[in-house]
Design a protein around this ligand. Structure first.
Ligand SMILES: Cc1cc2nc3c(=O)[nH]c(=O)nc-3n(C[C@H](O)[C@H](O)[C@H](O)COP(=O)(O)O)c2cc1C
Length: 99
């Protein structure tokens, strides 16, 4: 499992919106690691449903490093199959808003 962290004190801040992009950058890196993992024949699972404080405490992470994502990696079992919802797609009208 990779703990994908970002240091918000070093993240780029948009001078107009004041939005700190650390989490965005960590998400981009995490996504690219998933692509590379697939390229290497590994399976991966992005986990966002976790308590960051517990991860920080358990792994004694430096205070400024915020864990934004957990990336589980492993070799898939031979009979592994995608979850039933894998190929279920909502209609665009439910996922896209035209403004
Ligand atoms: C930002 C983000 C957070 C996610 N968090 C979780 C999670 O906490 N637990 C989980 O089971 N799946 C989580 N997922 C979903 C899995 O990583 C994966 O996308 C999902 O199981 C669907 O996989 P499939 O499209 O190959 O079927 C998350 C996905 C994303 C993009």
């Amino acid at each position: 499992m990779l703990i994908c962290c970002g240091d918000v004190s070093k993240g780029w801040v948009n001078p107009f919106s004041h939005f700190n992009h650390t989490e965005t950058d960590v998400a981009i890196v995490t996504c690219h690691m998933m692509l590379k993992a697939t390229d290497l024949g590994l399976g991966s699972l992005w986990v966002g449903m976790f308590d960051p404080q517990k991860v920080t405490d358990t792994f004694e992470l430096p205070e400024q490093e915020i864990p934004f994502a957990l990336l589980l990696l492993g070799y898939a079992a031979e009979d592994a199959a995608p979850a039933p919802a894998h190929s279920v797609r909502k209609p665009l009208s439910e996922t896209v808003s035209w403004l």
